[in-house]
Write a protein that binds this ligand. Sequence first.
Ligand code: UDP
Ligand code: MG
Length: 330
Amino acid sequence: MNRSATDDLRLTPQTRQAPVLSLVVAAYNEEDVLGVFFERLEAVLAEIGESYEIVCVNDGSRDRTAAILAEAAARDSRIRVVNLSRNFGKEIALTAGLDNAAGQAVVPLDADLQDPPELIAEFIRLWRDGFHVVYAVRNARETDSWLKRTTAGAFYALLNKLSNVEIPHNAGDFRLMDRRVVDAVKSLPERNRFMKGLFAWVGFRQTAVYYERPKRAAGTSKFNYWKLWNFALDGITGYSTVPLRLATYFGLIFAILAMIYGLYLLLRTLIFGVDVPGYASTMVAVIFMGGAQLTVLGIIGEYLGRLYSEAKHRPLYIVENRIGFDDDAA
Ligand code: UDP
Ligand code: MG
C-alpha cells in the first residue's frame, strides 16, 4: 500500500523490537503543554511497567513544538518523532502516528492532557481480559460550551441514524487498540479520515471506559466551529449515502404535490373559468424549487468533491523527517 510518499523511510514494524504499548500523540503548536504532557504520561507509564514507545507526530507546527519533541527524543530513546512537512490536520497526523507505531497495543491521545493518561492502566486491564478495543467515553461535557455540547449531541444522533456503523456517543480518539485493529484501520485507504468512524467501522470486540474530560492543561484549542462543521460533513459523507437520496424524495414529494395542485387548477378553471392572478404562488414555487435544487446539487457536490480527492490517489501525508526510529540513518 502506498500511503506515504517516503516509503523508503518507513519502517516495517518488524524491524524493531515491538514494545507492548505505543502511545501516539499528534501535536500542532503545543509548546505550552508538551512539558507537562511528557511528565504526566511518563509517570503513568513508569507505574504501569510495560515496555512502551511514544510516537509523536508534529503536524507542521509553527512554534517550538518540533524543537521540544527533538529534545525529548534525544533524552529518551523510547520517544520517537515524525515531522510532517506541513499541517495536515489531526486525523491525518493520527494516521501517520498509527503507521509508525509498532506496539502490540496502540493508544492515541491528545497532547493537551484532555485524555487523562491515568486511564491507560484500565485500558490495559480490559485488553488483557480479551477486548480488542477499549475506548474512553466522557461522562459529561461540562468542560465544553453549551453550543458545542448540543451540536455534538445532534451530530452523533444524526450520524448514527444515517449510517449503519454505530459510532459511540461522546467517545473521541482516546482508546486502546489491539495490533489487529490497528492493522485493519491501516488497511483502509481512504483520504476522508474521520478516525472515530474508521475505528467503529473495523469492528472487533469493543468496550467502553467512562471518565470526566478535563479542560485543556495549557495552550489553546486548535479547532473552531468552521473546522468542526467540516469535520461533521466528513463524518456524514464518509459513512452514509442517505443525503444523496434526498433528491429522490424531494422530487417525489413535489411531483405528487404538483399533480394535486394541477388537478385543483384544472377543476377550478373548468368550474370558474380562467383567471390571471397567481403571481405569489408562482413565485413561491419557483423560489422554493430553485432552493431545493441548489441544496441537492450542493449535497451531490460534497460527495463528488470527496470522490475527486480520493481518485487522485495522493499520499495522505508527507514526512519531512523522523527521529528516534531504529532504522533511521543517524
Ligand atoms: N492537532 C493536530 N493537528 C491539527 C489540530 C490539532 O495534530 O491541525 C492535535 C492537537 O495538537 C491536540 C489534538 O489534535 O493534540 C486535539 O486538538 P485540540 O485539543 O486543539 O482540540 P479540542 O480538544 O479543542 O477539540
Ligand atoms: Mg483538546
